[in-house]
Design a protein around this ligand. Sequence first.
Ligand SMILES: *[C@@H]1O[C@H](CO)[C@@H](O)[C@H](O)[C@H]1NC(C)=O
Ligand SMILES: *[C@@H]1O[C@H](CO)[C@@H](O)[C@H](O)[C@H]1NC(C)=O
Length: 315
Amino acid sequence: MKWFLSFVAFTGIQVILAAPPLVKRATVNDVATLGYATLNGGTTGGSGGTSTTVTTLAALTAAVAGDAKKVVIISGTITGNTAVEVGSNTSLLGKSGSSLVGVGIRVLNVNNVIVRNLKISKVLAEAGDALAVQASHQVWIDHVDLSSDRDHDKDFYDGLLDLTHGVTGITVTNSKIYTHWKASLIGHSDNNGAEDTPITVTLASNYWTNLSSRTPSFRFGHGHIFNNVFDSNDDGINTRDGAQLLVENNVWTGTNKPLYSTDGGFAVATGNDFGGAANTAPVGTFTSAPYSYTKLAASAVRAAVVSTAGQTLSF
Ligand SMILES: *[C@@H]1O[C@H](CO)[C@@H](O)[C@H](O)[C@H]1NC(C)=O
Ligand SMILES: *[C@@H]1O[C@H](CO)[C@@H](O)[C@H](O)[C@H]1NC(C)=O
C-alpha cells in the first residue's frame, strides 16, 4: 500500500510537470536572428514603431497598410473571406488564442516584414493562400499555425505558405503547417525562372504534418532546410527546376519519398533521418549556408520542435 501511494504521488507530480503550456515569452520588438532574413541589412519589421491592437477585419486591414514602422497585434478571432495586405516595415503579431479564420495574409511587393504567432485557418481558394509572400524581401515568419482540412477537393483551398515571385531574405521558423492538401509552394511555376532564380529561403525548426503535397515544392532558388519534423505527409521535399537545397538534420516519418526531384532540382543532404525511406534527389552544389547557425542532431529535433511549433508565444 505504501509503495502504491508513493507511486501515485510520483506519477501525479509527473502529470503536473507536464501540464503547463509551452509558452515562450517574446517581445513585440524582436527582430530576425536566423537565416536569410538576417542578411541584406536584416529584418526588423516594425520594431520600435507604434503599436496597435486590433480585433476586427477593418481595423486589421487599416493598421497593417502603408510603409510606416509599426507593430500590429491581433487579439481574438477575426473571420472573413479575403486576404489582408501588409505594408513594409511591419511586425504583425498574434496574441495567444487569437485566430484568423478565412482571412489570409499577403506580403506583396514590400520589404522588411515580421509575421509571428498568427494562427490562420480555412482560407478559401478565392481569397488566396493562408500566408503568401510574393515579390518581397526580408521577411521573417515565426511561430505561425497554418491549417485547413482535407475534407474537400484539393483546390477548395489554395496554399498554406507560398513564397513566390523572386522572394529573397525569407526565414520561416518554429511554425506548424498541417492538415491541408498543397502545403507550401516556393517558386511560382516552371516557366518563371527569370524571376524565381534569386529566391533565398531558410526553413528551420518547423513541424509539417497531415499534408498531401508540397512540403515544400521548391523551384529555382536556394533553400536551407534544417531541423524540421515531417510526420505523415504523402510527399516530402520536391526540389525542382535547378533549385539548390541544403537539407540538414531533419526527421521524417510516414512518407516513402521524403526528398526527391520531379524535374531537375538538386539537394545536398546530411544528417537527416528519413524514417527508413530514401533520398532520391540528385546531389547539388549548395554545401554551406551564407550565415552562421547552430543545428541540433536529428535525434534531438523531435523533442525540441514538435511541442513548441505554432502559436506558442506570449507577448
Ligand atoms: C519602410 O520601408 C521602405 C521600403 O522598404 C523604406 O524605404 C523606408 O525608409 C521605410 N520607412 C520607415 C519609416 O522605416
Ligand atoms: C488529418 O486530416 C484529416 C482530414 O481533414 C482530419 O480528419 C484529421 O483529423 C487530421 N489528422 C490529424 C492528426 O490532425
